[in-house]
Ligand binder design. Structure first.
Ligand code: TRH
Length: 405
């Protein structure tokens, strides 16, 4: 592997020099469901390729899901180059594939046998884990797991310096600030979703969600709110419930292009957009409902109050994950906000009375706006790609020492 400069999180990304060949990196993504697995893998692949000059191949076993995030890609191709990344269909034979210097299996997916057999002890092998705010993560981050002559290392994203941090492109925060201070960019965004810029006294909410029986109560609360509420819903799993709500609610007006109005509430359904374009929706709104893992992180970088619908697990361990996050996020809040925020998050995740919980949440929005900013500012020091490259170099040094010893 070519030598990389020691990279510090405070520093700007160090562009790799051109006098040596680029470090090669294979990222394997097994799409289990939804868009989180491919969302994280695709974001990391682009960042490693475009900000750090790695030669990245992204192996995906479900190109149809990939095309949702990258609409100019072709789900029928075995191999294609998109945004500086070689995207390969994971399914074909690996007999002739030369393993990369850095191998990342996203979320513990099992590598193809033939590929594994071709890996050498010199390969740096990382298991990129799911994000969690739980305390145990710090103890497990970077742990080695020997596999024959290979070693696989756990790499845990997280919220502290002792974890792998969060995915954050080097220009994201500047682009966000530019958007927020430029009414022309905002106007362009609203035009892109077929709308005029909403009035300043309209509360704008994005709602990206799994099925949720709490939706009707929430819509009722917004329909009866004191101020206008504009809710933008990316198409997806919540749509059948949305349609049922408006089909059965009296006084609903149905407008063009998938919009519904009832009382103070207007709901508009939006098409699913390319991954790079989703951030503008979060920036343009005052409150964001997000889900899974990647959209939740994006909502945090948007610096707006947000409600997280965590991916539900059968053994209910997601409640511990949710609470662990809340413990960190809530700590400096006033007593009113420390009740209002978790109450709404729990009601939304529990499919309970989110409508009732909403009103208390709305009362503390100013405080939550401040918290969203202090939270994101503190987190921005822990960026995943930089920590990962530091760690890859660390492993390389450990290995070199072992060989010399
Ligand atoms: O789709 P998710 O619910 O994903 C998941 C998966 O279910 C996964 O199996 C699970 O383990 C994980 O959650 C925790 O939510 P997530 O992670 O937010 O991924 C959605 C991706 O879709 C994210 O990268 C943002 C992107 N996106 C777009 O590209 N365009 C859009 O219009 C929208 C709304 C989202």
């Amino acid at each position: 592997m070519r030598a990389m400069e020691k990279i510090h999180p405070e520093s700007m990304p160090v562009p790799l020099s051109f006098d040596t060949p680029a470090v090669s990196c294979d990222i394997f993504c097994n799409v289990i469901d939804n868009y989180g697995d491919i969302g994280v893998s695709w974001r990391l692949a682009r960042q490693l390729a475009n900000e750090f000059g790695l030669e990245v191949r992204l192996w995906v076993d479900d190109l149809v899901s990939f095309v949702k995030l990258c609409p100019d890609a072709d789900a029928a191709l075995q191999s294609q180059h998109r945004r500086g990344v070689e995207v390969r269909l994971w399914g074909a034979s690996f007999a002739d594939v030369q393993p990369a210097q850095v191998v990342i299996d996203a979320f513990g997916c099992a590598l193809p046998q033939a590929y594994l057999a071709a890996m050498s002890a010199a390969s740096v092998w990382i298991n990129l884990e799911y994000l969690s705010a739980e305390n145990w993560v710090e103890g497990c981050h970077k742990l080695p797991s020997p596999r024959g002559n290979l070693t696989r290392y756990f790499f845990f994203p997280g919220f502290t310096k002792k974890t792998g941090g969060l995915l954050l492109e080097c220009d994201l925060l500047a682009r966000r600030d530019a958007f927020l201070s430029d009414s022309l960019q905002q106007k362009d965004f609203w035009e892109s979703v077929g709308m005029a810029m909403p009035s300043a006294d309209t509360l704008k909410i994005s709602l990206f969600a799994y099925e949720n029986a709490a939706l009707a109560g929430l819509f009722d609360a917004w329909a009866n709110a004191r101020q206008r509420v504009l809710c933008l819903v990316p198409e997806g799993r919540i749509l059948p419930q949305l349609k049922t709500y408006f089909a059965t609610s009296p006084l609903t007006q149905t407008g063009e292009g998938g919009s519904y109005t009832r009382g103070m509430l207007t709901v508009r359904v939006l098409p699913f957009v390319a991954q790079e374009d989703y951030d503008a929706l979060l920036w343009a709104c005052d409150v964001n409902f997000v889900r899974g893992e990647d959209s939740c992180v994006r909502a945090q970088w948007a610096e707006k109050p947000f409600i997280w619908q965590i991916y539900p697990q059968h053994d209910a361990v997601h409640w511990q994950k949710l609470q662990a996050f809340l413990n960190r996020y809530d700590a400096p809040l006033s007593s009113a906000a420390r009740h209002a925020l978790p109450d709404l998050w729990r009601a939304w995740n529990d499919e309970g009375d989110a409508g009732q919980a909403w009103n208390a949440f709305a009362d503390v929005l100013d405080e939550l706006n401040v918290r969203a900013r202090t939270w994101a500012d503190a987190l921005a020091e822990n960026t995943l790609a930089l920590y990962l490259l530091d760690f890859i170099q660390e492993i390389g040094i450990i290995r070199a020492l072992k060989i010399e010893g």
